[in-house]
Design a protein around this ligand. Sequence first.
Ligand SMILES: Cc1cc2nc3c(=O)[nH]c(=O)nc-3n(C[C@H](O)[C@H](O)[C@H](O)COP(=O)(O)OP(=O)(O)OC[C@H]3O[C@@H](n4cnc5c(N)ncnc54)[C@H](O)[C@@H]3O)c2cc1C
Length: 405
Amino acid sequence: MSTRIVVVGGGTAGARLAQRLPVTLLGEESHAPYNRVLLADVLAGRYAPEVTAVPGTREPARLGVRAVRIDRAARTVECADGSLVGYDRLVLATGSNPVLPPLRGLRGALPAGVHPFRTLDDCLELRSVVRPGVRAVVIGGGLLGVSAARALAALGAEVVLTQQGERLMERQLDVQASALLREHVESLGVEVHTECRVSGLRQRDGAVTAVELADGFVLDAQVVVLACGVRPRVALAREAGLDIATGIVVDDELRTSDPYIHAIGDCAEHGGRVYGLAGPALEQADVLADLLLSETATAGAPAPTDSGPRYTGTRALTRLTLGGAQPLDLAAFGEATARPGDDVVQLTDATRGAYRKVVVRGDRLVGGVLLGDLAAVGALARAWEGDEALPEAPLLHLLTHDGGS
Ligand SMILES: Cc1cc2nc3c(=O)[nH]c(=O)nc-3n(C[C@H](O)[C@H](O)[C@H](O)COP(=O)(O)OP(=O)(O)OC[C@H]3O[C@@H](n4cnc5c(N)ncnc54)[C@H](O)[C@@H]3O)c2cc1C
Protein backbone atom coordinates (compact mmCIF):
# COMPACT_ATOMS: atom_id res chain seq x y z
CA MET A 1 0.00 0.00 0.00
CA SER A 2 1.41 3.44 -0.91
CA THR A 3 2.04 6.08 1.74
CA ARG A 4 -0.63 8.79 1.79
CA ILE A 5 1.15 12.14 2.04
CA VAL A 6 -1.02 15.16 2.78
CA VAL A 7 0.39 18.70 2.50
CA VAL A 8 -1.37 21.68 4.11
CA GLY A 9 -0.51 24.88 2.23
CA GLY A 10 0.02 25.36 -1.50
CA GLY A 11 2.61 28.15 -1.32
CA THR A 12 6.30 28.11 -2.25
CA ALA A 13 7.25 25.11 -0.07
CA GLY A 14 4.06 23.04 -0.40
CA ALA A 15 3.87 23.42 -4.18
CA ARG A 16 7.54 22.43 -4.57
CA LEU A 17 6.95 19.25 -2.59
CA ALA A 18 3.83 18.51 -4.67
CA GLN A 19 5.91 18.86 -7.85
CA ARG A 20 8.28 16.17 -6.61
CA LEU A 21 5.86 13.68 -5.02
CA PRO A 22 2.28 12.49 -5.51
CA VAL A 23 0.54 14.16 -2.55
CA THR A 24 -2.87 15.49 -1.57
CA LEU A 25 -2.31 19.25 -1.45
CA LEU A 26 -4.83 21.29 0.56
CA GLY A 27 -4.53 24.96 -0.31
CA GLU A 28 -6.63 27.68 1.26
CA GLU A 29 -6.09 30.16 -1.58
CA SER A 30 -8.33 29.71 -4.60
CA HIS A 31 -5.50 30.36 -7.07
CA ALA A 32 -3.26 27.59 -8.42
CA PRO A 33 0.17 27.77 -6.73
CA TYR A 34 2.08 30.90 -7.72
CA ASN A 35 5.41 32.57 -7.03
CA ARG A 36 4.82 35.03 -4.19
CA VAL A 37 8.16 36.74 -4.80
CA LEU A 38 6.74 38.21 -8.06
CA LEU A 39 3.69 39.84 -6.46
CA ALA A 40 5.17 43.35 -6.49
CA ASP A 41 5.52 43.01 -10.26
CA VAL A 42 1.87 42.00 -10.52
CA LEU A 43 0.91 44.97 -8.35
CA ALA A 44 2.96 47.31 -10.54
CA GLY A 45 1.19 45.92 -13.61
CA ARG A 46 4.44 44.55 -15.00
CA TYR A 47 3.26 40.93 -15.01
CA ALA A 48 -0.16 39.44 -15.50
CA PRO A 49 -1.12 37.23 -12.51
CA GLU A 50 -0.86 34.09 -14.73
CA VAL A 51 2.87 34.72 -15.23
CA THR A 52 3.50 33.94 -11.56
CA ALA A 53 2.03 30.40 -11.76
CA VAL A 54 4.51 27.70 -10.74
CA PRO A 55 4.79 24.54 -12.88
CA GLY A 56 2.11 21.94 -12.23
CA THR A 57 1.91 19.66 -9.23
CA ARG A 58 2.00 15.86 -9.74
CA GLU A 59 -1.62 15.50 -8.55
CA PRO A 60 -4.33 18.18 -8.92
CA ALA A 61 -4.36 20.33 -5.77
CA ARG A 62 -7.52 20.84 -3.72
CA LEU A 63 -7.76 24.64 -3.88
CA GLY A 64 -9.92 26.91 -1.74
CA VAL A 65 -9.78 24.30 1.02
CA ARG A 66 -8.63 25.31 4.51
CA ALA A 67 -7.47 22.69 7.02
CA VAL A 68 -9.01 23.51 10.40
CA ARG A 69 -8.02 20.64 12.69
CA ILE A 70 -5.57 17.78 12.94
CA ASP A 71 -6.56 14.59 14.76
CA ARG A 72 -3.16 13.05 15.47
CA ALA A 73 -4.57 9.85 16.97
CA ALA A 74 -6.83 9.13 13.97
CA ARG A 75 -4.26 10.68 11.55
CA THR A 76 -6.84 12.81 9.81
CA VAL A 77 -7.08 16.44 8.78
CA GLU A 78 -10.45 18.14 8.99
CA CYS A 79 -11.19 20.83 6.40
CA ALA A 80 -13.46 23.88 6.69
CA ASP A 81 -15.86 22.27 4.19
CA GLY A 82 -16.37 19.39 6.64
CA SER A 83 -14.32 16.82 4.69
CA LEU A 84 -11.82 14.55 6.46
CA VAL A 85 -8.54 13.60 4.80
CA GLY A 86 -6.54 10.66 6.16
CA TYR A 87 -2.74 10.68 6.12
CA ASP A 88 0.25 8.47 6.77
CA ARG A 89 2.54 11.54 6.70
CA LEU A 90 1.34 15.08 7.12
CA VAL A 91 3.39 18.08 5.96
CA LEU A 92 2.58 21.53 7.32
CA ALA A 93 3.59 24.27 4.85
CA THR A 94 1.28 26.97 6.17
CA GLY A 95 3.66 29.91 5.62
CA SER A 96 3.34 33.20 7.51
CA ASN A 97 0.71 35.72 8.42
CA PRO A 98 1.32 39.47 8.04
CA VAL A 99 1.90 41.20 11.39
CA LEU A 100 -0.85 43.70 12.15
CA PRO A 101 0.77 46.53 14.13
CA PRO A 102 -0.86 47.75 17.37
CA LEU A 103 -2.40 50.94 15.92
CA ARG A 104 -5.19 53.04 17.36
CA GLY A 105 -8.15 52.49 15.08
CA LEU A 106 -7.03 49.07 13.88
CA ARG A 107 -9.23 46.54 15.65
CA GLY A 108 -11.22 43.62 14.22
CA ALA A 109 -11.84 43.90 10.48
CA LEU A 110 -9.49 46.21 8.57
CA PRO A 111 -11.05 49.56 7.54
CA ALA A 112 -11.62 49.96 3.79
CA GLY A 113 -8.40 51.13 2.16
CA VAL A 114 -6.11 49.24 4.57
CA HIS A 115 -4.41 46.27 2.92
CA PRO A 116 -1.93 43.61 3.93
CA PHE A 117 0.46 42.52 1.17
CA ARG A 118 0.89 38.76 1.29
CA THR A 119 -1.35 37.01 -1.22
CA LEU A 120 -2.32 37.33 -4.88
CA ASP A 121 -5.78 38.39 -3.71
CA ASP A 122 -4.24 41.18 -1.53
CA CYS A 123 -2.37 42.27 -4.61
CA LEU A 124 -5.38 42.23 -6.96
CA GLU A 125 -7.49 44.10 -4.40
CA LEU A 126 -4.82 46.77 -4.04
CA ARG A 127 -4.52 47.09 -7.80
CA SER A 128 -8.24 47.66 -8.10
CA VAL A 129 -8.19 50.67 -5.72
CA VAL A 130 -4.95 52.41 -6.67
CA ARG A 131 -5.37 55.17 -9.25
CA PRO A 132 -2.90 57.85 -10.33
CA GLY A 133 -2.79 60.56 -7.69
CA VAL A 134 -4.17 58.39 -4.87
CA ARG A 135 -2.42 59.08 -1.55
CA ALA A 136 -0.89 55.85 -0.28
CA VAL A 137 1.05 55.27 2.92
CA VAL A 138 3.15 52.11 3.24
CA ILE A 139 3.89 51.15 6.85
CA GLY A 140 7.20 49.26 7.09
CA GLY A 141 10.48 49.80 5.27
CA GLY A 142 11.69 46.22 4.96
CA LEU A 143 11.81 44.20 1.75
CA LEU A 144 8.03 44.00 1.54
CA GLY A 145 7.39 47.69 2.20
CA VAL A 146 10.04 48.82 -0.26
CA SER A 147 8.63 46.46 -2.92
CA ALA A 148 5.08 47.71 -2.31
CA ALA A 149 6.11 51.39 -2.36
CA ARG A 150 7.92 51.00 -5.68
CA ALA A 151 4.96 49.18 -7.22
CA LEU A 152 2.44 51.79 -6.01
CA ALA A 153 4.64 54.59 -7.36
CA ALA A 154 4.73 52.80 -10.73
CA LEU A 155 0.91 52.95 -10.71
CA GLY A 156 1.07 56.73 -10.27
CA ALA A 157 0.13 56.85 -6.58
CA GLU A 158 1.59 59.54 -4.30
CA VAL A 159 3.48 57.26 -1.95
CA VAL A 160 4.85 57.85 1.54
CA LEU A 161 6.99 55.03 2.95
CA THR A 162 7.26 55.06 6.76
CA GLN A 163 9.96 53.07 8.48
CA GLN A 164 10.27 52.82 12.26
CA GLY A 165 13.98 51.91 12.10
CA GLU A 166 16.86 54.15 11.08
CA ARG A 167 17.11 52.90 7.51
CA LEU A 168 15.47 50.83 4.80
CA MET A 169 15.86 47.04 4.71
CA GLU A 170 18.09 47.12 7.75
CA ARG A 171 17.94 43.34 8.19
CA GLN A 172 19.75 42.74 4.90
CA LEU A 173 21.69 45.91 4.10
CA ASP A 174 24.50 47.92 5.65
CA VAL A 175 24.35 51.72 6.04
CA GLN A 176 25.71 52.57 2.57
CA ALA A 177 23.54 50.10 0.70
CA SER A 178 20.45 51.33 2.58
CA ALA A 179 21.32 54.91 1.64
CA LEU A 180 21.63 53.97 -2.05
CA LEU A 181 18.35 52.10 -1.89
CA ARG A 182 16.69 55.15 -0.34
CA GLU A 183 18.04 57.36 -3.15
CA HIS A 184 16.67 54.88 -5.67
CA VAL A 185 13.23 54.75 -4.04
CA GLU A 186 13.10 58.56 -3.75
CA SER A 187 14.04 58.90 -7.42
CA LEU A 188 10.81 57.04 -8.18
CA GLY A 189 8.87 59.81 -6.39
CA VAL A 190 8.38 57.98 -3.07
CA GLU A 191 8.64 60.13 0.07
CA VAL A 192 10.65 58.18 2.66
CA HIS A 193 10.37 58.78 6.41
CA THR A 194 12.72 56.81 8.66
CA GLU A 195 12.67 56.71 12.50
CA CYS A 196 8.99 57.35 12.10
CA ARG A 197 6.49 55.42 14.21
CA VAL A 198 2.91 55.16 13.04
CA SER A 199 0.60 55.25 16.08
CA GLY A 200 -2.92 55.21 14.67
CA LEU A 201 -5.31 55.31 11.76
CA ARG A 202 -8.12 57.79 11.21
CA GLN A 203 -11.24 56.67 9.41
CA ARG A 204 -14.60 57.99 8.26
CA ASP A 205 -17.60 55.80 7.39
CA GLY A 206 -15.44 52.68 7.72
CA ALA A 207 -12.75 53.91 5.30
CA VAL A 208 -9.26 55.07 6.21
CA THR A 209 -8.58 58.81 5.80
CA ALA A 210 -5.21 59.36 7.45
CA VAL A 211 -2.28 57.85 9.31
CA GLU A 212 -1.24 59.36 12.65
CA LEU A 213 2.45 59.44 13.57
CA ALA A 214 3.78 59.22 17.13
CA ASP A 215 5.23 62.75 16.85
CA GLY A 216 1.73 64.14 16.24
CA PHE A 217 2.10 64.52 12.49
CA VAL A 218 -0.81 63.31 10.34
CA LEU A 219 -0.45 61.93 6.79
CA ASP A 220 -3.56 61.95 4.59
CA ALA A 221 -4.13 58.50 3.13
CA GLN A 222 -6.73 56.85 0.95
CA VAL A 223 -4.75 53.62 0.82
CA VAL A 224 -2.59 52.12 3.57
CA VAL A 225 -0.39 49.08 3.00
CA LEU A 226 0.69 47.09 6.06
CA ALA A 227 4.18 45.72 5.54
CA CYS A 228 5.27 45.33 9.14
CA GLY A 229 6.77 41.86 8.90
CA VAL A 230 5.39 38.37 9.14
CA ARG A 231 4.84 35.75 11.81
CA PRO A 232 4.90 31.96 11.22
CA ARG A 233 1.39 30.57 10.84
CA VAL A 234 1.29 28.00 13.62
CA ALA A 235 -2.31 27.93 14.96
CA LEU A 236 -3.17 24.56 13.38
CA ALA A 237 0.01 22.98 14.77
CA ARG A 238 -0.41 24.58 18.20
CA GLU A 239 -3.98 23.32 18.54
CA ALA A 240 -2.74 19.84 17.62
CA GLY A 241 -0.26 20.04 20.54
CA LEU A 242 2.94 20.15 18.48
CA ASP A 243 6.03 21.89 19.92
CA ILE A 244 6.10 25.56 18.93
CA ALA A 245 8.78 28.16 19.67
CA THR A 246 8.46 31.05 17.21
CA GLY A 247 7.71 28.56 14.44
CA ILE A 248 6.85 24.86 14.45
CA VAL A 249 9.97 23.20 15.85
CA VAL A 250 11.54 20.66 13.46
CA ASP A 251 14.67 18.49 13.55
CA ASP A 252 17.16 17.73 10.75
CA GLU A 253 14.54 15.47 9.11
CA LEU A 254 12.13 18.42 9.19
CA ARG A 255 10.05 16.36 11.60
CA THR A 256 7.91 18.02 14.27
CA SER A 257 7.43 16.64 17.79
CA ASP A 258 5.01 14.13 16.16
CA PRO A 259 7.05 11.69 14.00
CA TYR A 260 4.21 11.48 11.45
CA ILE A 261 4.10 15.24 10.90
CA HIS A 262 6.71 17.41 9.14
CA ALA A 263 6.86 21.20 8.70
CA ILE A 264 8.65 23.20 6.00
CA GLY A 265 8.94 26.81 4.84
CA ASP A 266 8.08 29.99 6.72
CA CYS A 267 6.06 28.13 9.39
CA ALA A 268 9.00 25.89 10.41
CA GLU A 269 11.74 26.63 12.94
CA HIS A 270 14.98 24.72 12.45
CA GLY A 271 18.01 25.13 14.70
CA GLY A 272 16.33 28.13 16.35
CA ARG A 273 15.84 29.88 12.99
CA VAL A 274 12.74 30.86 11.11
CA TYR A 275 13.95 32.01 7.69
CA GLY A 276 10.93 33.75 6.13
CA LEU A 277 12.55 33.54 2.69
CA ALA A 278 11.84 31.64 -0.51
CA GLY A 279 15.28 29.96 -0.87
CA PRO A 280 15.17 28.08 2.45
CA ALA A 281 11.50 27.12 1.85
CA LEU A 282 12.48 25.49 -1.46
CA GLU A 283 15.55 23.78 0.01
CA GLN A 284 13.52 22.35 2.89
CA ALA A 285 10.89 21.06 0.44
CA ASP A 286 13.61 19.37 -1.63
CA VAL A 287 15.24 17.71 1.38
CA LEU A 288 11.86 16.48 2.62
CA ALA A 289 10.94 15.16 -0.83
CA ASP A 290 14.20 13.14 -0.89
CA LEU A 291 13.53 11.91 2.63
CA LEU A 292 9.95 10.83 1.95
CA LEU A 293 11.01 9.19 -1.31
CA SER A 294 13.70 7.16 0.48
CA GLU A 295 11.24 6.26 3.26
CA THR A 296 8.51 5.10 0.88
CA ALA A 297 11.12 3.15 -1.14
CA THR A 298 11.93 1.13 1.98
CA ALA A 299 8.29 1.23 3.21
CA GLY A 300 9.81 2.29 6.51
CA ALA A 301 8.18 3.71 9.63
CA PRO A 302 9.09 7.34 10.36
CA ALA A 303 11.91 6.42 12.75
CA PRO A 304 15.04 8.61 12.47
CA THR A 305 17.91 6.80 10.76
CA ASP A 306 21.63 7.60 10.83
CA SER A 307 21.90 7.98 7.09
CA GLY A 308 19.68 9.59 4.48
CA PRO A 309 18.85 13.14 3.52
CA ARG A 310 19.19 15.79 6.25
CA TYR A 311 18.44 19.50 6.40
CA THR A 312 21.30 21.30 8.14
CA GLY A 313 20.21 24.90 7.56
CA THR A 314 20.33 27.14 4.51
CA ARG A 315 23.45 29.10 3.78
CA ALA A 316 22.17 30.46 0.51
CA LEU A 317 22.82 33.95 -0.65
CA THR A 318 19.50 35.80 -0.70
CA ARG A 319 18.52 37.30 -4.04
CA LEU A 320 15.93 39.96 -3.50
CA THR A 321 13.59 40.86 -6.28
CA LEU A 322 12.81 44.54 -6.51
CA GLY A 323 11.12 44.46 -9.89
CA GLY A 324 9.27 47.26 -11.65
CA ALA A 325 9.89 49.68 -14.47
CA GLN A 326 13.42 50.34 -13.19
CA PRO A 327 14.42 47.02 -11.62
CA LEU A 328 17.03 47.05 -8.90
CA ASP A 329 19.07 43.90 -8.42
CA LEU A 330 20.06 43.12 -4.91
CA ALA A 331 21.77 40.22 -3.16
CA ALA A 332 22.81 39.86 0.47
CA PHE A 333 24.25 37.18 2.70
CA GLY A 334 25.62 36.71 6.21
CA GLU A 335 26.84 39.72 8.17
CA ALA A 336 26.90 42.80 5.94
CA THR A 337 28.20 44.99 8.79
CA ALA A 338 31.82 44.33 9.84
CA ARG A 339 33.08 43.70 13.36
CA PRO A 340 36.37 45.26 14.57
CA GLY A 341 39.29 43.33 13.02
CA ASP A 342 37.34 42.16 9.94
CA ASP A 343 38.63 42.93 6.44
CA VAL A 344 36.20 44.83 4.29
CA VAL A 345 36.36 45.31 0.53
CA GLN A 346 33.95 47.81 -0.90
CA LEU A 347 33.32 49.31 -4.35
CA THR A 348 30.85 52.13 -4.93
CA ASP A 349 29.77 53.47 -8.29
CA ALA A 350 27.51 56.37 -7.37
CA THR A 351 26.72 57.28 -10.99
CA ARG A 352 25.30 53.84 -11.73
CA GLY A 353 23.85 53.41 -8.25
CA ALA A 354 25.93 50.26 -7.79
CA TYR A 355 27.52 49.04 -4.58
CA ARG A 356 29.45 45.89 -3.73
CA LYS A 357 30.88 44.88 -0.41
CA VAL A 358 32.25 41.78 1.26
CA VAL A 359 33.24 41.19 4.87
CA VAL A 360 36.07 38.71 5.51
CA ARG A 361 37.03 37.31 8.93
CA GLY A 362 40.38 35.49 8.97
CA ASP A 363 40.29 33.37 5.82
CA ARG A 364 36.47 33.13 5.65
CA LEU A 365 33.86 35.14 3.88
CA VAL A 366 31.27 36.14 6.55
CA GLY A 367 28.92 38.39 4.64
CA GLY A 368 28.31 40.79 1.85
CA VAL A 369 25.90 42.86 -0.13
CA LEU A 370 25.57 43.60 -3.84
CA LEU A 371 23.23 46.27 -5.10
CA GLY A 372 22.69 47.42 -8.66
CA ASP A 373 25.39 45.18 -10.15
CA LEU A 374 25.31 41.45 -9.52
CA ALA A 375 28.17 40.46 -11.87
CA ALA A 376 30.11 38.92 -8.96
CA VAL A 377 27.13 37.09 -7.49
CA GLY A 378 27.91 33.61 -8.85
CA ALA A 379 31.48 33.52 -7.53
CA LEU A 380 30.44 35.00 -4.17
CA ALA A 381 27.56 32.54 -3.77
CA ARG A 382 29.96 29.64 -4.33
CA ALA A 383 32.48 31.00 -1.82
CA TRP A 384 29.73 31.66 0.77
CA GLU A 385 27.82 28.44 0.35
CA GLY A 386 31.01 26.34 0.27
CA ASP A 387 32.34 28.01 3.48
CA GLU A 388 35.90 27.13 2.49
CA ALA A 389 39.11 29.03 3.21
CA LEU A 390 39.51 31.86 0.71
CA PRO A 391 42.41 31.59 -1.77
CA GLU A 392 45.50 33.75 -1.29
CA ALA A 393 44.49 36.10 -4.16
CA PRO A 394 43.94 39.77 -3.20
CA LEU A 395 40.46 40.12 -1.65
CA LEU A 396 39.45 42.63 -4.30
CA HIS A 397 39.11 39.75 -6.78
CA LEU A 398 36.00 38.65 -4.83
CA LEU A 399 34.20 41.71 -6.11
CA THR A 400 35.69 42.05 -9.56
CA HIS A 401 35.73 38.42 -10.67
CA ASP A 402 32.49 37.02 -12.02
CA GLY A 403 33.69 33.42 -11.72
CA GLY A 404 32.33 32.69 -15.17
CA SER A 405 28.74 32.98 -13.93
C1 LIG B 1 5.25 40.39 -1.75
C2 LIG B 1 6.32 39.44 -1.27
C3 LIG B 1 7.60 39.51 -1.80
C4 LIG B 1 8.59 38.62 -1.39
N1 LIG B 1 9.83 38.71 -1.93
C5 LIG B 1 10.79 37.83 -1.57
C6 LIG B 1 12.10 37.86 -2.17
O1 LIG B 1 12.39 38.71 -3.01
N2 LIG B 1 13.02 36.91 -1.80
C7 LIG B 1 12.70 35.94 -0.87
O2 LIG B 1 13.54 35.08 -0.58
N3 LIG B 1 11.49 35.88 -0.27
C8 LIG B 1 10.53 36.81 -0.58
N4 LIG B 1 9.30 36.75 0.02
C9 LIG B 1 9.03 35.72 1.04
C10 LIG B 1 8.65 34.39 0.38
O3 LIG B 1 7.60 34.59 -0.52
C11 LIG B 1 8.26 33.38 1.46
O4 LIG B 1 9.36 33.16 2.30
C12 LIG B 1 7.82 32.04 0.87
O5 LIG B 1 6.68 32.22 0.06
C13 LIG B 1 7.52 31.03 1.98
O6 LIG B 1 6.94 29.88 1.42
P1 LIG B 1 5.91 28.99 2.26
O7 LIG B 1 5.47 27.91 1.34
O8 LIG B 1 6.50 28.64 3.57
O9 LIG B 1 4.69 29.97 2.58
P2 LIG B 1 3.66 30.64 1.60
O10 LIG B 1 4.24 30.84 0.25
O11 LIG B 1 3.12 31.83 2.34
O12 LIG B 1 2.50 29.56 1.46
C14 LIG B 1 1.71 29.14 2.53
C15 LIG B 1 0.36 28.75 1.98
O13 LIG B 1 -0.34 27.97 2.96
C16 LIG B 1 -1.70 28.33 2.93
N5 LIG B 1 -2.30 27.91 4.20
C17 LIG B 1 -2.00 28.38 5.43
N6 LIG B 1 -2.77 27.76 6.35
C18 LIG B 1 -3.55 26.89 5.69
C19 LIG B 1 -4.56 25.98 6.10
N7 LIG B 1 -4.89 25.83 7.38
N8 LIG B 1 -5.18 25.23 5.15
C20 LIG B 1 -4.85 25.35 3.83
N9 LIG B 1 -3.90 26.21 3.38
C21 LIG B 1 -3.27 26.98 4.31
C22 LIG B 1 -1.66 29.83 2.72
O14 LIG B 1 -2.91 30.32 2.26
C23 LIG B 1 -0.55 29.94 1.67
O15 LIG B 1 -1.07 29.82 0.37
C24 LIG B 1 8.28 37.65 -0.38
C25 LIG B 1 6.99 37.59 0.18
C26 LIG B 1 6.00 38.47 -0.26
C27 LIG B 1 4.62 38.39 0.35
